[in-house]
Design a protein around this ligand. Sequence first.
Ligand code: SAH
Ligand code: SF4
Ligand code: F3S
Length: 485
Amino acid sequence: MKNTKVCSEMDWKEIDISGQPPAEELSRQYFYIAKCRHWVKDFEGKNGRLPTACVVNYGCQMNARDSEKLAGILESAGFLLTEEENSDFVIFNTCTVRDNANQRVYGRLGVLNGYKRRNPAMKIALCGCMMQEPSAVEKIRKSYGFVDLIFGTHNIYKFAELLSLCLESDRLVLDVWKDTDKIVEDLPVERKYPFKSGINIMFGCNNFCSYCIVPYVRGRERSRKPEDILREIEGLAAEGVVEVMLLGQNVNSYGKNLEEPISFAELLRRVEKIQGIKRIRFMTSHPKDLSDELIQVMKESSKICRHLHLPLQSGSTRILQAMNRRYTKEQYLELAGKIRREIPDMAITTDIIVGFPGETPEDVEDTIDVIRRVGFDNAFTFIYSPRTGTPAASMTPVPEKQVRECFDRVLQTVQETAKERVSAYQGQVMEALAEEINEHDASLLTGRLSNNTLVHFPGDPSLVGSLVKVSLEECRGFYYLGHMV
Ligand code: SAH
Ligand code: SF4
Ligand code: F3S
């Protein structure tokens, strides 16, 4: 039982739901999926239609992958998946990395309340990182009493069980765990794209960067066994997936704590051997752990994409130390330089935080200096957001005016380097994975180059999911217009 395909072929009648649920975790969750199917049948009998369900994702790629697991279970239970928040069952998979992520959830909950007034049988569920924060759960219980189900990140594998409880109950079902050491394999997954997929290789984080809430809401680092990862990817390849993205908060420390330790570079070597997989991406690399072995593997690989996301956060050694990042400005520059020397066509992108407590305009000059010297292909720039419980939250904040000015300067510098890097490929022919029909012009396809740059080109919708050769004719800042050759 590995995915929805196998799941939909399952004989659900074989599962006896009249007795006690099994103790073994995977069978237990399938027992509850069968129970939910019973509920769905009843619903259909009463309403003459299937119940609809909508999963909304708020966070990073790891959260997006979790959302695919939630969708897989809802689909196996018989719900009709939609993109409409006005569904019979709605679940928000929340993020709390910055305060604006939380604010968006509260805003959307207000809208859901309106839907529920018109459809009182509607069920509203919340899960994900924000639910690991007691203060957020408290606020929801107090001010958003119409929510029916709340659970966290550690017990997401129990979603089928919690869903079943929620469907059968008219009171709030609340189950948030402090931590877990469990990884449950082989639950159903409903993938967003048929041709590419994320794969968790590890969960949690041990780094405790002083601004970051992720270690508190995702728990300690746990790696999946390489054989489980490879088996999952082989299964995906058999279903037609050509691109995989290996996911973890710090993939460079993958495998270190396994009973039989293995390096991330070695895992990549094994993934490379899987037939049918044509592109390999991964996210995120912490600069302190990026090994020479990994650079070598990337250099020799014909499948690993020419894109490395290497979060800098700050270019000032003083601020990096206060952030507990465990590298200096010079070490970052040396690492980026080594990568550029070894693999010149590797795009390097980054994350930058502006306004960390104690940051001065001189520190920001250091950040700008690193942006110029590395020449990032792209960067996500964030304004520092204090997170309750993190060490940085109790430090003295930077005046808002200074933050805004510095943020604009950083953003402008990033735009300059990105334009220079991206436009360097003008006139070349490169391979693109056609990912979708262009949002604004249906005669165009949108493809992604190995280095993560997008290119729009005329093409038939049947090409979505294929690798095609495209000439990069016109650079428009962050993307290209081109033609297939
Ligand atoms: N594990 C990844 C990052 C995960 S969070 C890594 O270490 O690189 C994604 C990004 O959000 C971070 O790289 C950081 O730039 C940003 N971020 C995290 N906490 C933040 C905070 N409190 N305020 C502003 N940005 C933050
Ligand atoms: Fe957060 Fe740092 Fe862990 Fe990334 S490595 S998730 S920034 S604590
Ligand atoms: Fe957000 Fe959680 Fe990811 S806090 S960034 S969804 S790990």
